[in-house]
Design a protein around this ligand. Sequence first.
Ligand code: NAD
Length: 260
Amino acid sequence: MAGKRGLIMGVANDRSIAWGIAKAVAAQGAELAFTYMGDALAKRVKPLAEQLGVPHVLPCDVTDEASMDAVFATLKEQWGTLDFVVHAIGFSDKNELDGLYLNTSRSNFALTMDVSCYSFTAIAQRAVPMMTNGGSLLTLSYYGAERVMPHYNVMGVAKAALEASVRYLAADLGPQNIRVNAISAGPIKTLAASGIGDFRAILKWNELNAPLKRNVTIGEVGNSALYLLSDLGSGVTGEVHHVDSGYHTVGMLAVDSAAE
Ligand code: NAD
């Protein structure tokens, strides 16, 4: 990654998936910029940025066009070009990440789609003009996009739309050698995940039922991101790559019929 410059959006603290990715790509020599959401998080994100020697740490609320414009204007001025962007951003009202999907409100549906799905496209619109030598865009998804997961509700619908966006953006941007992919990560205990009802039960279920019989770490997501963001993944676009201990492959657990 030496000589590559990338923007990492979504570090909230040292448990964030974005932080796992930042560490993996920085270890291989990438030069990074971070964005963070809101003053409260600045206190946590700035010391982390210092640890990796990240010079640009910029506020950004993806629901605010001016705030996104300002980030890319700064990067254009400081760097000129950009090689990759990591979009590790999601939000929904936690009151609706519990109970039935049926009860989703119009306002939270719109907000969830805006922050968790549309923002990836809005970011691509701003990043692409700076990717003059090709590039790589990466977002984070979850298995709740493909199958019903308890309490994931409207986030699952937004992730399904996000995964479709990955494919449409990959088709649009392939001719410019800009690759667009998602990592579908297994459950990891983060700030965002703590808003999901019964998240501890989801973690335990995955640990018991995934082929690897454990949950994944942000370091493992980071290593897979490194492949997709670097030239190692040069032939890969439009892909949703599962980093979930293999959980998505399981239809039914083997039953020990002798024990019945
Ligand atoms: P996290 O809480 O560390 O990160 C979520 C980030 O989204 C935070 O940095 C937050 O500030 C940011 N954000 C929310 N609203 C924003 C807005 N309006 N503008 C800008 N930023 C905003 O949690 P995480 O689990 O690392 O989440 C990162 C991504 O990974 C999310 O898309 C999440 O859905 C996805 N993901 C998480 C898991 C998991 O189990 N933790 C599994 C699969 C996918």
